[in-house]
Design a protein around this ligand. Sequence first.
Ligand SMILES: *[C@@H]1O[C@H](CO)[C@@H](O)[C@H](O)[C@H]1NC(C)=O
Ligand SMILES: *[C@@H]1O[C@H](CO)[C@@H](O)[C@H](O)[C@H]1NC(C)=O
Length: 341
Amino acid sequence: MGYLMRFIVLFCLSITRMSALNFFPDKFEIGEKHTSVTLTCKTNKDSVTWKHEDADITVEIVESDFEKVSGRSLTVIDLQEDQIGNYTCWSDKGLEDYTYLLLDKSKEDTVFNINCTAETLSCTEHIKCAWTSDEFTAFRLRNTRDNGNWVSQPVDGVFFLPHSTNSYSEESERLLITGEAVSSCCYLKTDYSFYLRDIVKPANPDISICTVKNGGSDKQIIELEVMPPSSWPQPHSFFPLKHQVEYQIRHNGELKTEEWEEGSKIKVEGHIRKLRVRSRDMLLLSQWSEWTSWKKVPDRETRTRTKERGKEKKRQKEQQEIRNKKKNHKKPGMGKKRGNF
Ligand SMILES: *[C@@H]1O[C@H](CO)[C@@H](O)[C@H](O)[C@H]1NC(C)=O
Ligand SMILES: *[C@@H]1O[C@H](CO)[C@@H](O)[C@H](O)[C@H]1NC(C)=O
């Protein structure tokens, strides 16, 4: 029983230790499974002692079939999982150097898609990349084409990478994004190459419902204005966007869409409950932006009814008057008034 407990405790200890590498070691070496890796101690001593630290257990290394010590170097032969960990080298003066040895899994058949989008073609906005996996605990990305620094701090799971692409000239060279991932045992490196123009995905546009006009007893005309997102490059006539509106018909819940290319305004007809808009680069035919959140279209009838129930008598009276007016002279006059509402 005692042995079993000890085993369990040790096992748990190594599990916690195994999942603890949630950062990149400041010094590490990599090697593929079953290969030999030579670690060299940075010291001016001619010979050193090596220690291996794994699962909080530090063991001094003695020559064996799997570990050869020669002067400042240590060669790990036929690399296996249990040889992974922190190697330290010591002289009579104490600690001289250290390096963390990881199994390189880059060539293994794992699919790790780095997923990048850019809000514009301009270098004023960083490229946003997502990269996660259950197998690894720390990730970092860099823009290798522009010789960028490693970015290892994702914001809400997204890495923001600077780049030097100029939106006014033709993009001649593909971007190269390099990703590295580590877990306690393993290391992975992957490259992702693309033209910036192929990953453009504009931010949400801003929309405002300018006017709602009565176009007849069963019709409304909504004038909608769409403003490009603030991250979109100017002049907007040089970087035209295409917009799509999706709207829901009030009485039957049916969804309809319309697209338009020129100008920022569009008229939508019908009794509409709510609408939302998304945009894409018109010339590149980029990815669509996310939809804006649904915007409710004010409905004159319901509003009047709600207010009527209110306590303020004055208001009640006003509303009553409007209602009366509506009854008396129907559509055309009303339409105008509603427009300015
Ligand atoms: C490896 O050991 C050195 C020396 O003790 C230490 O400074 C370093 O933080 C260790 N690295 C890791 C990743 O544990
Ligand atoms: C990339 O991101 C988009 C949007 O966030 C998502 O729909 C897609 O599934 C992602 N692709 C991969 C391979 O992760």
